[in-house]
Design a protein around this ligand. Structure first.
Ligand code: IMP
Length: 178
């Protein structure tokens, strides 16, 4: 594998496709064990999670459902802070076991704002499965039940993640070259 150029930046190979697939199988096996008989509902956050969601969902063997949402955030008043709306969120999450699928948790701001929106519907449980986590970049604490890989605070692309819309189709993960 060699470097790729996306817009003005070079990215170098970081995590191989086979290693990613191996880790997906491990997480799916954990979910199979943790959620047997609970009929969980996966909620994938678009756009970035679509590749992770497709692979993880196909690796899970228990009875399960999946749906996708898109998040839009806008600035509210100074008392309400940042307001987040979930486009396409189903309104029947009551008593369901929810597994949120996210491509990467960076500062944690996105999920920190989104979790209360889910909790409002009083689901039976909510857990997060993140393909990637950057612990060193965290500003808001969010509990990650399943994490594919912990990575340094550097920009990555591929496997659904983009740099200004490009790179999502790369089957392996690439990191910004030095
Ligand atoms: P957070 O709200 O700071 O946790 O950011 C989460 C979102 O930022 C992710 O869903 C990605 O869309 C984006 N993001 C953060 N780091 C990266 C990266 O290294 N590559 C591509 N997208 C990223």
């Amino acid at each position: 594998m060699s470097k790729v150029l996306l817009h003005d930046k070079y990215f170098q190979p970081y995590i191989a496709a086979a290693e990613i697939q191996q880790r997906i199988q491990e997480i799916a096996a954990e979910i199979d064990k943790d959620y047997a008989g609970l009929d969980p509902l996966f909620i994938g956050i678009l756009n970035g999670s679509f590749v992770f969601a497709a692979d993880l969902f196909r690796a899970v063997t228990i009875k399960a459902e999946i749906s996708f949402i898109k998040l839009a955030s806008y600035r509210g008043t100074s008392s309400t802070g940042n307001i987040i709306t979930a486009i396409g969120l189903e309104d029947n999450l009551h008593d369901r076991h929810i597994i949120i699928l996210e491509d990467i948790v960076d500062t944690g701001r996105t999920l920190f704002s989104f979790l209360p929106v889910i909790e409002q519907q009083s689901p039976a449980s909510v857990r997060i499965a993140a393909f990637l986590s950057k612990p060193d970049a965290r500003q808001h604490e969010v509990p990650l039940a399943y994490t594919g890989f912990e990575i340094p605070d550097k920009f990555v692309v591929g496997y659904g993640l983009d740099y200004d819309k490009l790179g999502r189709n790369l089957p392996e993960l690439y990191i910004l070259a030095d």
